[in-house]
Design a protein around this ligand. Structure first.
Ligand SMILES: [Zn+2]
Length: 425
């Protein structure tokens, strides 16, 4: 239950890390055993790799099981309607069914705090009036966010997607203090309000915002916080099986993992678990209910694990936000280089106009060259190359083998951020 005046939504957020690991391992063993006995999909999965459920099953054992992806869910449900053998609990315990694109029929039991920890960490409390701009129609977003806000005590304005002008009017009339939506949508609401002649920070009561669905760029966050005096928070949510897998705290240095899921960061090709700091696919196994027979759901999103303690006092590990999709990543000497992460590094150097990474193979070794086109300004090229190389290694965990300055126009108009020239035949 929520602790009304507490620092965290519940005690689970601040338990010693070792205790958490014990609890999660034991919950995982229970979940696997229950799912094995009640879901045909999970039984097939374990039988396929000759693993039997056991009370000693632990997080590190997961890497022996195959990853299930969204395309698998669609296929399973198509051939075995409606739930494809993924329903592990009694059908009469399902409270509601959502329909996600695919279509995927998502069934959910009652009585969980899917998003409450995330909203609590974002500062939503009793007395807040929060406009929920996610759709209440078919998909889980609107309704689940609504319930999470209620568990933190906030009042919810049932908005859904749609008319921006009606939303602006409601925000003014009801004196809305909180906003749930995408960062892009909030920015368009602010721009529209300004066009209508309002001064946003003066005329609106809005103070707290929470985003999901797309990551919040640092520059946009700065605009919301500094220009419009809004607090910002974001969460990483996955539709199947529904919940805030990870969420930000006030430290905003990564997203805390929610205790009700096992989150692995894995090599998308081999399924092997990676070390903290290494970039890989986010793979989720829900622990909190006995409905979904879903073990190792591959999200297709890439991130890395942060295990250093957080200043907020929450003891869970964090992930570094979504760094890209598995298709955007190229593996170089065993490490995934993600285009978006490389862009983050390069964009912090004002002298660089354009860049491209060329991955090739020489003498059975992967070579990574960083090509840079510079702006027409004087710069110490050797020093800049050193600085970029160091930052690249720090953020992407791999040092470019060479930094090459090329003439403006060398990098073509239509180009891939990471050009993989390796031939494997
Ligand atoms: Zn924290």
């Amino acid at each position: 239950m929520a602790v009304e005046q507490g620092r965290y939504f519940d005690d689970a957020e601040s338990i010693p890390p070792q205790r958490r690991e014990e609890i999660q391992n034991s919950k995982l063993a229970e979940t696997i055993e229950y799912a094995y006995n009640h879901s045909r999909v999970v039984k097939n999965l374990l039988d396929f790799v000759s693993i039997k459920p056991s009370p000693f099953f632990k997080i590190s054992d997961l890497e022996h099981l195959p990853i299930t992806r969204k395309t698998d869910l669609i296929e399973l449900q198509k051939t075995n309607l409606p739930f494809g053998g993924l329903l592990a609990g009694p059908a009469e315990d399902i409270e509601r069914i959502f329909i996600s694109p695919g279509p995927i029929y998502e069934f959910q039991p009652a009585g969980n705090h899917w998003f409450a920890r995330s909203f609590y960490a974002a500062g939503f409390r009793k007395g807040d009036i929060v406009v929920n701009t996610f759709t209440y129609h078919m998909s889980p977003a609107g309704l689940l966010f609504h319930e999470g806000l209620r568990q933190c005590g906030a009042t919810v304005v049932v908005m859904g997607t749609g008319n921006t002008d009606a939303l602006i009017q409601a925000m003014l009339d009801i004196k809305v203090t909180g906003f749930l939506g995408t960062p892009t949508f909030l920015m368009s609401v602010i721009k529209r309000a300004e066009e209508m002649g309002y001064t946003f920070s003066k005329d609106f009561a809005l103070k707290k915002t929470w985003f999901t669905g797309e990551m919040l760029p640092a520059s946009l966050r700065q605009t919301f916080e500094e220009t419009y005096k809004l607090s910002t928070s974001q969460a990483y949510a996955v539709t199947e099986p529904g919940g805030a897998i990870a969420y930000e705290c006030e430290a905003k240095s990564g997203l805390h993992l929610d205790d009700d899921y096992i989150v692995e960061i894995v090599d998308a090709h081999t399924g092997k678990q990676l070390q903290p700091g290494e970039v890989g696919e986010i793979v989720v196994t829900p622990l909190q209910h006995k409905a979904w027979g879903l073990v190792r759901f591959g999200t297709g999103d890439m991130s890395s694990l942060i295990t250093e303690p957080c200043t907020c006092g929450r003891t869970s590990n964090r992930i570094a936000g979504v760094l890209g999709r598995t298709g955007d990543a190229v593996k170089v000497r065993g490490m995934f280089i993600v285009a978006k992460q490389a862009s983050q590094v390069i964009s912090s150097f004002a002298n660089v106009k354009k860049f491209q990474i060329i991955v090739s193979r020489q003498d059975d070794r992967d070579e990574m060259a960083l090509l840079l086109e510079l702006k027409d300004e004087p710069v110490d090229r050797a020093k800049l190359a050193d600085e970029i190389s160091a930052k690249f290694q720090n953020i992407c965990r791999l040092k470019p083998d060479s930094v090459q300055y090329v003439e403006p126009g060398t990098i073509p108009e239509l180009y891939k951020t990471i050009e993989d020239q390796r031939k494997w035949d």
